[in-house]
Design a protein around this ligand. Structure first.
Ligand code: NAD
Length: 492
């Protein structure tokens, strides 16, 4: 079995106490590698290395143009190794190799975009309201950033933090999910080759309680960038508040897809299938709540079931497979438990509804693509994030009713709108309280498009030019070139 070590101050190393954890392939439900299982001592070493690299290292004295060039080298190296990294991710999280490969091949764009931005971070000269003063602002790196990430798209979500943080001049300690640490560790070989000085990037694999919590609480950390569930997010936000640290959070969702009576139904069905069954529903942006106009409800359900029922479940490494397993056994049990919750709540199962058996992978954590009708928006399956291939279908009669139901959620990450009437589409874009509104499309993301959530779905935005602001502090410098006059005891 392969073994993946921690990466601290430019070197791969085992956990201080020598502990290791297994990482499991969800397709076989068997371990395929071991990973260093770090603890507090390793966190302290990693933060010390990141702190030293920020306070004294060459990263600080390098020009922004030089830093940008290293980011672009990194992007090139990731492009060359994309398929290899994607295969590691598929082994770890069971998501389709076809999807992980697409993500990995796209990731370099974030490093090119933010690498290009590194030397365009400008301050301002202020037309100050006092005589004989020159006042200017500089925008400086916030310092040491702790990046804590989940298992569903390990390197993509890490990149959303890495690229702007490094472009800003920060140093980092990465804490990948305990279920999918291997690709982040493998990435560090490329980081070394790209030219990042020692200590700029560190990876401390381990459990949330053993590594995540002490990392967030460490006084040497200036900012925490977290992606994960709301329980972990709340812990992180509370700990960051206690230390007055900067924090950005990308959390969960229960994203609605609104299908109006004038929608192109074929496109809408395509978008809903991809919104809920891609990645076996394990995406924060899963379109898990369909709100469909009563007049097209039955036609939608029929077309949706026809298309979704053709899904090929199987080995996620096989490019022909359309639906893979879910990532962890706990997640598998949780998704199945929501099938019971849906039935007990009075919903009607129109497809799937239980465990799927896949030939050759009898132990694999496969769940049938599942949909329920007769759902009302107040049921638990319409309100709680399932993070699996389970769709709730809810009918509506008026636009107003659809907007109200869509917004009646603690979450606000994304929404899909299916209509051919552009004035209705603009109205929906205005009325829906979510960070991303997709109209006649779903799941599109880009390095230039800000991404993040309203309400319990998070704080701050990743991607797009302004993402870099979350990794910067503004410093104001006052310079006087006039004589000192007036009363020295009065500020004026
Ligand atoms: P999780 O919250 O269990 O874990 C995320 C990370 O946080 C892991 O690395 C974990 O070890 C760490 N962690 C857990 N508790 C911690 C604590 N107390 N202190 C510090 N770190 C801690 O989430 P998950 O199960 O890995 O991922 C699924 C969740 O992530 C879903 O809710 C999903 O919606 C969300 N997600 C959000 C986005 C987004 O961009 N909004 C993207 C992907 C996933």
């Amino acid at each position: 079995m392969r073994h993946y070590q921690a990466f601290i101050n430019g070197s791969f190393c085992n956990a201080a106490d020598g502990r290791v954890m297994e990482t499991i392939n969800p397709y076989t439900a068997k371990p395929w590698a071991t990973v260093a299982q770090c603890g507090k001592e390793d966190v302290y070493r990693a933060v010390a290395a990141a702190r030293a690299a920020f306070d004294h290292g060459p990263w600080r004295t390098m020009t922004a143009t030089q830093r940008g060039a290293i980011l672009r080298n990194f992007g090139d190296l990731i492009a060359e190794n994309a398929d290899h990294l994607a295969a590691i991710e598929t082994r770890d999280n069971g998501k389709l190799y076809a999807e992980m490969r697409t993500q990995l091949r796209y990731i370099p764009q974030w490093f090119y975009y933010f690498g290009g931005l590194a030397d365009k971070i400008e301050g301002a000269v202020l037309p100050i309201d006092k005589p004989d003063m020159f006042v200017f602002t500089r925008r400086e790196a916030v310092g040491v950033v702790a990046a804590i990430t989940p298992w569903n798209s390990p390197l993509l979500l890490t990149t959303w933090k890495l690229a702007p943080a490094l472009a800003a001049g920060c140093t980092m300690v990465l804490k990948p999910s305990e279920h999918t640490s291997a690709s982040t560790i493998e990435l560090m070989k490329l980081a070394k080759e790209a030219g990042f000085p020692d200590g700029v990037l560190n990876v401390v694999p381990g459990l949330g309680a053993d590594v995540g919590a002490p990392l967030v609480e460490h006084p040497g950390v200036d900012k925490v960038a977290f992606t994960g569930g709301d329980i972990g997010g709340r812990h992180v936000a509370e700990a960051a508040a206690r230390g007055f640290k900067h924090v950005t959070l990308e959390l969960g969702g229960k994203s609605p897809q609104l299908i109006f009576d004038d929608a192109d139904l074929e496109s809408a069905i395509f978008g809903v299938v991809s919104g809920i069954f891609a990645a076996s529903g394990q995406t924060c942006i899963a379109g898990s709540r369909v709100l469909v106009h009563k007049s097209v409800h039955d036609a939608f359900v029929e077309g949706f079931v026809n298309l979704a029922a053709s899904a090929r479940l199987g080995d996620p490494m096989d490019l022909e497979t359309q639906v893979g397993p879910v990532t962890t056994e706990a997640q598998f049990q949780r998704v199945l438990s929501y099938m019971d919750i849906a039935r007990e709540g009075g919903a009607e199962c129109v497809m799937g509804g239980g465990r799927a058996r896949v030939e050759g992978a009898e132990d694999g954590w496969f769940v049938q693509p599942t949909a329920f009708t007769k759902v009302s928006n107040d049921m638990r399956i319409a309100q709680e994030e399932v993070f699996g291939p389970l769709l709730s279908i809810i009918p509506f009669e008026s636009d107003e009713e659809a907007f109200t139901a869509a917004n009646d959620s603690i979450y606000g990450l994304a929404a899909g709108v299916w209509t051919q009437d552009m004035s209705r589409a603009f109205k929906a874009s205005e009325r829906l309280r979510a960070g991303t509104i997709w109209t006649n499309t779903y799941r599109a993301v880009s390095y230039m498009a800000p991404f993040g959530g309203f309400k319990h779905s998070g704080l701050g935005r990743e991607s797009g030019q302004h993402a870099i602001d979350d990794y910067l502090e503004t410093k104001t410098t006052w310079m006087s070139f006039g004589a000192k006059t007036g009363n020295p005891f009065v500020i004026g």
